[in-house]
Design a binder for this molecule. Structure first.
Ligand code: HEC
Length: 243
């Protein structure tokens, strides 16, 4: 019985944590608050990530699946998101769409910056990749020559993590303090990268918090159910043996 109980628990465990565990890629694995069985999002970090996303990334990228109202799913109150939306001159239900039009983007970068709402699900390495990308720029000629003997194509920027190393996106987090955080956290490049990556992880799966709560509920249910089954089996067998 103990073994069955263990098997059921382990199976459920892997079911609940499976989708999180798959998140290691070929990029230096980072410690993320949202990884693991008890993984979750810290509200302050989500707000910091939102700050970077809207004050830096939104200049070129959209988050077309996310509105301010959606942020209530992450634990923000209607008042809080209304204040944020108002600061951007947006309504609660407007999606986060960049003001940059496609033609200008194509002219400037040769391509249209991709939508970021689902990006952390789209790329191998997921959050680790996004963080590696955002902190992977280099202007060191030696590093560039070593990785790209033929040289960096015109207009491209060198990035260690980007496949092919030549990316059209200029370093969006080129220096510290591009934003001022509401909670006094120092806005280093690394910190901004972690925060915006965490925000992007949430935009890619806003349902995760709900799903995780459900997963834990199922786990507890199964453990209790198995225990009851075990106890009733003991009671029944006691009677049988008694005769
Ligand atoms: C000045 C415009 C601009 C800003 C600001 C900007 N990006 Fe980009 N971004 C681009 C362009 C252009 C591309 C397409 C790059 C390519 O495919 O070569 C891109 C691509 C990306 C990609 C996809 C990389 C891949 O693997 O294809 C990610 C992720 C990304 N940006 C994240 C961000 C984040 C996060 C921010 C804010 C911190 C940001 N970007 C700010 C222009 C921008």
């Amino acid at each position: 019985m103990y073994r069955t109980l263990l098997a059921v628990t382990l199976a459920t465990w892997s079911l609940v944590s499976g989708s999180f565990a798959a998140e290691s890629g070929t990029y230096a694995p980072q410690k993320w608050s949202f990884n693991g069985l008890h993984g979750s999002y810290e509200k302050n970090q989500l707000l910091r990530g939102y700050t970077v996303a809207t004050q830096v990334c939104l200049a070129c990228h959209s988050f077309k699946y996310i509105s301010h109202r959606d942020m209530m799913r992450a634990g923000f109150t209607e008042n809080e998101v209304a204040t944020l939306a108002k600061a951007l001159n947006m309504t609660l239900d407007q999606k986060l769409i960049t003001a940059q039009d496609d033609a200008t983007a194509r002219e400037t970068f040769g391509k249209i910056p991709p939508d970021l709402s689902l990006m952390n699900k789209a790329r191998g390495g997921l959050a680790d990749y996004t963080h590696a990308l955002l902190t992977g720029y280099s202007e060191d000629p030696e590093v560039i020559k070593h990785a790209l003997p033929a040289g960096l194509p015109e207009g491209a920027h060198f990035n260690k993590a980007f496949p092919g190393h030549a990316i059209a996106m200029p370093n969006p987090l080129a220096s510290d303090d591009l934003v001022t955080y509401h909670d006094g956290t120092k806005a280093t490049v690394d910190q901004m990268s972690r925060d915006v990556t965490t925000f992007m992880q949430w935009t890619a799966e806003p349902e995760r918090i709900e799903r995780q709560k459900l997963g834990l509920f199922v786990l507890m249910y199964l453990v209790i159910f198995s225990l009851l089954a075990y106890l009733s089996k003991r009671v029944i067998w006691k009677d049988v043996k008694g005769h």
